[in-house]
Design a protein around this ligand. Structure first.
Ligand code: ATP
Length: 277
């Protein structure tokens, strides 16, 4: 057992400090530098969209944020706590405050949708009636209440992605890490998933880091709001953008852009212009 305090018992999110921060983070595999001097921060209620060509280091950056791998140098703080030197026990406790949506949904095929979504609550020993209520609430949030008794193999790719989001939000996380939540989905299904990301951002104001390979999804998220009145995502009027959504772009392990949607669309940098073209 560790002497350090249980992160779950600490104050939810201090609005004055970043929820996630990287400072001068470097990582090499076999002398091949895959992340080079990465520094950025995401504050409470902000959504950071992580873009970049294949192999630019997006997934590695997310694995570092989850504490699954350690950097060679630099500092990574989650909820103000340095995680690069944290024990597995403390990381485990800290991850209870983080929702993760993995690239391929990563559902347990032998479990029903209900058991998949309930997984973390069951691990924490939450009362079964309370767990069932929260599973229903999470599944209703992702518009999948009718699938509660099904198995993952009975669901479409888009439905599995919804279940994955329901599983990530059931603990009311303070940070959500979305690793390519629309990867492999057709454009219409992708937009439905982006709508859920917007819904979580605009209703629960959860801090988020989202990798996407699809520029269209990134800009849809940046230019739309979820409107609870009509229960769907709508364009922000007058060509507006969401002020809490920003972009981070990697290329060959380096940050080549960091800033707002408007800064991105007005960038004069030749590489950025050709990447967005
Ligand atoms: N465990 C590993 N061992 C060695 N090299 C690795 C390892 N994981 C990632 N890499 C290398 O690190 C680089 C960045 O990989 P990463 O998966 O982060 O890219 P990415 O931007 O997420 O790509 P994609 O868009 O294709 O998912 C790649 O060159 C990759 O081959």
């Amino acid at each position: 057992m560790s002497d350090s305090p249980d992160p779950k018992e600490q104050p939810a999110v201090n609005a004055n400090e970043p929820v996630l921060s990287f400072r001068n983070v470097c990582l090499s595999f076999d002398r091949n530098r895959v992340l080079d001097d990465i520094s950025f921060e995401i504050c409470a209620a902000e959504t950071c969209i992580l873009l970049g060509p294949a192999g630019s280091g997006k997934s590695v950056l997310m694995k570092l944020a989850e504490g699954l791998i350690k950097p060679d140098s630099g500092s990574i703080c989650v909820f103000g706590q340095e995680i690069t030197s944290m024990s597995e026990h403390d990381l485990f406790a800290l991850r209870r405050r983080v929702g993760m949506v993995f690239q391929e949904s990563a559902l347990f095929d032998s479990m029903t949708v209900e058991d998949n979504v309930a997984y973390r609550l069951n691990e924490e020993g939450v009362d079964p009636a309370e767990t069932h209520r929260r599973v229903e609430e999470s599944l209703n949030f992702v518009l999948l209440g009718q699938a509660i008794s099904k198995f993952p193999s009975e669901l479409s790719g888009g439905m599995r992605r919804r279940v994955s989001i329901a599983r990530a939000i059931i603990t009311n996380p303070d940070l959500i890490l979305y690793d390519s939540p629309t990867g492999g989905l057709d454009p219409i299904t992708s937009t439905a998933i982006v709508e859920l990301v917007a819904k979580q951002r605009d209703i629960s104001h959860t801090t988020a880091l989202m990798i996407t390979h699809r520029l269209q999804d990134a800009f849809t998220l940046a230019t739309h709001h979820f409107d609870p009145g009509v229960d769907k995502m709508v364009p922000i009027p007058n060509g507006g953008v969401d002020e809490k959504t920003s972009f981070l772009i990697l290329n060959e392990g380096k940050i080549v852009f960091q800033g707002s949607t408007l800064q991105l669309t007005h960038s004069e940098d030749p590489w950025i212009k050709s990447y967005l073209a």
